[in-house]
Write a protein that binds this ligand. Structure first.
Ligand SMILES: Nc1ncnc2c1ncn2[C@@H]1O[C@H](COP(=O)(O)OP(=O)(O)O)[C@@H](O)[C@H]1O
Ligand SMILES: [Mg+2]
Length: 229
């Protein structure tokens, strides 16, 4: 049973049942530069769908990065995880275990990656200590746009469990992020959230930072027939 119906993590490539039309629509919108938000309760299949969207976009040649905010405990960790995931587009290696700027610097100093990063690293100025975690996060977000422009392709960033932004930095962080995101031309965002009411507030309340920033797409049911095969 476990082999036939693997559970406990998002469905892997080839295991995603149904929702193909929805996955295609998400991928098209993101590839055109539109940001998208999907809110539905836990274990309804958001991460599985998003994983498939990101795989398809990567195959089509887009740059991709993902951060799951559920396991992130600080703004610094969010910044570092985003940077590590972005740099994966260059190095091909993603270090999930990196949680601090120090850890990231140690990893970057590893000679193999050093050479591959080339000019990008100069732009990052990670050699000098960046003490303010918010500045580090701004650097990470700016890196997304820089990478996209230098590689001549759009960058798509997935933020899973995005409602956690509230816990990490409240309204102040949300406003900062929105201000940075909306200046970008080559980066689009896919936001997932497990608390629909909170996500509705963040994205659909006009007093909130993310008001009208992303298109809210309802997660469709999986058709019975999709399970047959
Ligand atoms: N489209 C799908 N096809 C097959 N299994 C799925 C699909 N969507 C979800 N699942 C299963 O349900 C579980 C929960 O899905 P997940 O994508 O993690 O939901 P969420 O991100 O909404 O919490 C996964 O571990 C996976 O086993
Ligand atoms: Mg999930």
């Amino acid at each position: 049973m476990t082999e036939m119906f693997p559970v406990g993590r998002p469905a892997a490539a080839g295991d995603v049942v149904g929702r193909q039309e929805f996955i295609r629509e998400c991928a098209i919108r993101l590839s055109e530069g539109q940001s998208v938000m999907i809110a539905s309760p836990r274990r309804t299949g958001k991460s599985s769908v998003a994983g498939e969207v990101m795989r398809q976009l990567r195959t089509q040649g887009y740059g991709t990065a993902s951060v799951d905010l559920f396991y992130v405990t600080s703004i610094e960790e969010l910044a570092v995880k985003l940077l590590a995931s972005l740099l994966e587009n260059r190095t091909g290696a993603y270090q999930k275990t990196i949680r601090s700027l120090h850890g990231l610097q140690e990893w970057l100093n590893h000679t193999t990656w050093h050479a591959k990063l080339g000019d990008l690293e100069l732009g990052l100025t990670l050699t000098a200590p960046i003490l303010d975690p918010l500045v580090l996060l701004e650097t990470a977000i700016a890196t997304a746009e820089r990478l996209a422009q230098s590689q001549g392709r759009r960058m798509i960033i997935l933020f899973d469990e995005f409602q956690e932004i509230d816990r990490l930095g409240g309204e102040n962080l949300a406003q900062r992020l929105r201000a940075l995101f909306q200046q970008q031309h080559a980066t689009a965002y896919l936001f997932l959230g497990s608390q629909p009411s909170l996500m509705q507030t963040i994205f659909a309340d006009r007093r909130q930072a993310f008001y009208r920033f992303a298109t809210l797409l309802p997660l469709p049911a999986i058709a019975d027939v999709a399970w047959e095969r």
